[in-house]
Structures are given as structure tokens and as C-alpha cells.
Design a protein around this ligand. Sequence first.
Ligand SMILES: Cc1cc2nc3c(=O)[nH]c(=O)nc-3n(C[C@H](O)[C@H](O)[C@H](O)COP(=O)(O)O)c2cc1C
Length: 413
Amino acid sequence: MNIKKRKTIRQYTQQPITDELLNQLLNDAARTQTMGNLQLYSVVVTRDKEMKERLSSAHFSQPMVTSAPVVLTICADFRRTTDWCLLREANPGYDNMLSFLNAATDALLYTQTFCNLAEEAGLGVCYLGTTIYMPQEIIDILQLPQLVVPVATLTVGWPAEDPKQTDRLPMEAFVHHETYKPYDEERINAFYTPKEQLPENREFVKINDKDTLAQVFTDIRYTRKDNEAMSLGLLNVLCQQGFLKTNDLTYPIMPMIETRPDVLECDVVRFQNNKEKWVAFVGLMDNQPYEIFTGLMDDEEGIALPKSVTRGRIIKHVEKDGQKRYDFQFENKRGYKTTVEGLSEKFNPEYWNYAKLISGVLRYRMPLDHVIRLVGSLQLDSDSINSWKSGVARALKKYMPGSGEDEKNEQQP
Ligand SMILES: Cc1cc2nc3c(=O)[nH]c(=O)nc-3n(C[C@H](O)[C@H](O)[C@H](O)COP(=O)(O)O)c2cc1C
């Protein structure tokens, strides 16, 4: 097929793709270049109807997943190379971000080479970027092990449509000579106005009730909210599949805010140590622990809260004499607010002092797994302080990506 004529195909005939043709394409695509000739990819072929139906939900039910005779999930894969090294007395160091990027690059090059060959053979192909939106589902369905992450999906079949070719920006819009040339308003207008004026794009703006084509992208198709939520999901997956460690994340990503805001949202985490019921109030910044208050759940000496309270706010008051006081406020189901004044007074002063110390460490963004190790390593005499220690460690583990502690903690009495 002439590259000038290529286009994405999303509708396929019933005609099957033979194993012979598919295998030839899968084999020939491996002539693509890869890092160190390590071929850091794997391809999972899906032909089974039920498997396609399961994959479809991970792709936001895009119809091509169930209608195409073949679905390919192409994965960044350092598993096989790592296993090879381990069996050959070589010490692999591929459980990191750089290795993921190298493997993803190999996988995407393979994907594109496959597309070129498939189109040349007359097949139609659609690339599904949704693969990296909900990778966890795909990992579970395809049973992908550590160091394997899906990065691309192709639906493949014999074309049952002949859509119009899509537009492209002029070459001057993306080619720079010697140095990068910034885009001023004049150049943006020159490159994007023709695109904006295409009848199909005008229609797109109209049916989406927007003022500009750019707004269709920012407000509807690829929003900040979705992008940020799915980025976090992707980071979690990279941690879980062994390409990233939580240490790598907390330092560079979390900004440090030294002055505590007057109000912090907080989680209420209940846990049990020996026979005692405990509660932790975990103040959050960017959904990460910023401070922690802990103590016994007890009407007499500590704090008693309705079971349904799992969120609230910690409010800082500065008294006239400059002393700080921290109150916990929650809303009941009807929206009425209740404030528990003076968290510091409610808890044993010794725990209070330790909690202050741990909060200081959290505030300066020591990576969470280090904080948990630090708490665990504190040498303390009394039994009750030792149960405080393990309670704090458990409360904080909830915030470790992929820890699974979040559900566990919530079920604690
Ligand atoms: C990274 C990436 C993600 C894509 N994701 C999807 C997708 O989820 N669904 C879909 O129908 N097409 C998807 N496509 C296909 C694009 O929509 C298509 O390539 C683009 O609109 C240009 O059209 P053309 O390929 O026909 O020239 C994707 C393409 C790429 C490269």
C-alpha cells in the first residue's frame, strides 16, 4: 500500500485472517530495529470471542475490539530478557523507568512495522490508544507478569469501509531546521486555520456545542481531569509491574509546602492493635500524607466517632498566646458539621510528640516507604507505644501505590 493512501480502518468484513498470513506478518514485523537487538516486546494475539468481549471494556467498549477478527496487544516486555539474564549468571538491572521507556519504544516500533506490513497485505488496522488508559484491566485479563506492560492495541481485519482520508498539518508545522523555531500566533494561525475550517471539523465543534476545535480536545476528548487521573493509574501500574519504585515517585513529583494551610482534608483510618481500637487522622496534601494524628478510640480518654466517618478536615487555630490547636471536623450524612476540638488534648502527649515528629518528616516529603521503615525502626519501651508504632505504619501503608492496604484498613473495626 502506498503510504500516501493509508488510513485507519474501523469496520471489518466477516472474512477471517488465516494463521499463515498472521504469523507471516508477526514474524516479518520483527525485522524492525530494537534496542541492543533485544526485542523488548511481546504480542498477545486475541481471536477468542469471549476474550475480545473482556478486553472491550478496557477499551471503553470501542466496537472494533469485538468486531475485528484479530486483536493484538503489544507489550513493553523486559520479563523475558530478565529471565534470560538470571539463567545465564548475569545480573539484570531493568526494573526502572529508563528500561520501561526502552521496552515501550521497541514495542511501538514493532507495532508500526506490523501496521505497515498488514496494510501492504490489504488488511485494515486501527490503533487503540486506550491501552494505556486502563492498563490494569488488560494486565489482569491477559495475565501479564512483572516487567510486562501493554502499550498498544491493534484491531486487524479485512476492510469493510473506505473512509475519507484525514487531513495533516503542513510539513513546515513540524519540521525545524538546525534549531527549534517557536510558534507565534501568526504561525499557529497559518498551520491550524485550514484544519479548523474543514467542514467535518466545523461540524465537530457544532455538535459538541463548543466555540473552537481546540476546546473539543481540551474539554471533551482529552481533558486535564482524565489525563491526570489516568496518569496516576499508569504510574501505579508501572510500580506494580516492577518498572518503578515508590521512592522514584514521591521525591520529584510532590511539591514541598512548608507552611501548613489552615485547613487540610483528612482521612480517618481505624485500626486495631492487640485488643485496642485506634484511630489515625491523616492530613492530606495532593492526596498524599502531610501530617498524622493518632490515638485510642475511646469515649473516656480518647476520641469517639460514628463508624461512618472516614473523611473530614483538620483545622488549625492559633490561640491568643500563640499556641496552636488542631480540631477535627466532619459532616454527617445530612450535611451537618461536627467539630472535635483539640486533637492534641485528646491523645496521650507521648503519642502526640511522636506524631509531630512523623508529621515533620512527611511534610518534607521523605518518600513514604522510608517513613514507614523509620517508624518501624523506632526503639520504644512501652507496649502501648509499640502498638502506636505499628498502627502508624499501617495507616501510612494505605497511601503506597498498589499496596492494597486501603481496602484492608477501611474494613478494620
Ligand atoms: C496513539 C494513538 C491512539 C489512537 N487511539 C485510537 C482509539 O482509541 N480509537 C480509534 O478509533 N482510533 C485511535 N487512533 C487512530 C487515530 O484516530 C487516527 O490515526 C487519526 O485520527 C488519523 O487518522 P488516519 O489514521 O485515518 O490517518 C489512535 C492513533 C494513535 C497513533
